[in-house]
Design a protein. Structure first.
Length: 147
């Protein structure tokens, strides 16, 4: 129930911020990110879906030279094993995720963007308009460049 409420709240927030986005909007933000992006950074991330509890737990991701090098549970600080890194994305990987939703002709894609670096800070994807529990969301925040 809490997951559904959180997804609904995210939907309402992202809908107010951006009623939808198209390929050119995603590409424009990706170009801006590519021009400004650090090669190494940390950020906080969370998936939202009708998925396993450990999959949707908030995490802190470290990206080194463009590759995920560490993922830690945001609440406990426990490191996740490298086998779980494939459950997550770098920021360019989040752009790829959005482009894949476009290629799959998702019924709705709504994204909010970081005003300075243009990375997606939240997204709501509804793959099939009248289907239940096919939606995917994510939240990304607190991006910090590493030396």
């Amino acid at each position: 129930m809490t997951s559904r409420i959180a997804r609904l709240a995210l939907l309402l927030l992202t809908t107010a911020a951006a009623p939808g986005c198209g390929p050119s909007e995603i590409a424009d933000h990706q170009s801006h990110w590519n021009a400004l992006s650090p090669a190494s950074y940390t950020y906080s991330f969370q998936w939202g879906c009708f998925c396993a509890t450990d999959f949707v737990a908030p995490v802190d991701i470290t990206v080194t030279a463009g590759v995920i090098s560490a993922v830690k549970n945001h609440e406990s600080g426990a490191a996740l094993p490298p086998a779980r890194f494939t459950d997550y994305r770098t920021i360019p990987g989040l752009f790829d995720f959005l482009h894949e939703a476009e290629r799959r002709n998702a019924a709705r894609i709504t994204v909010t963007w970081d005003p300075a670096l243009s990375y997606p800070t939240s997204a709501f994807i509804d793959y099939v308009k009248n289907a239940v529990d096919d939606e995917m969301t994510f939240k990304a925040s607190d991006l910090t460049a590493l030396p």
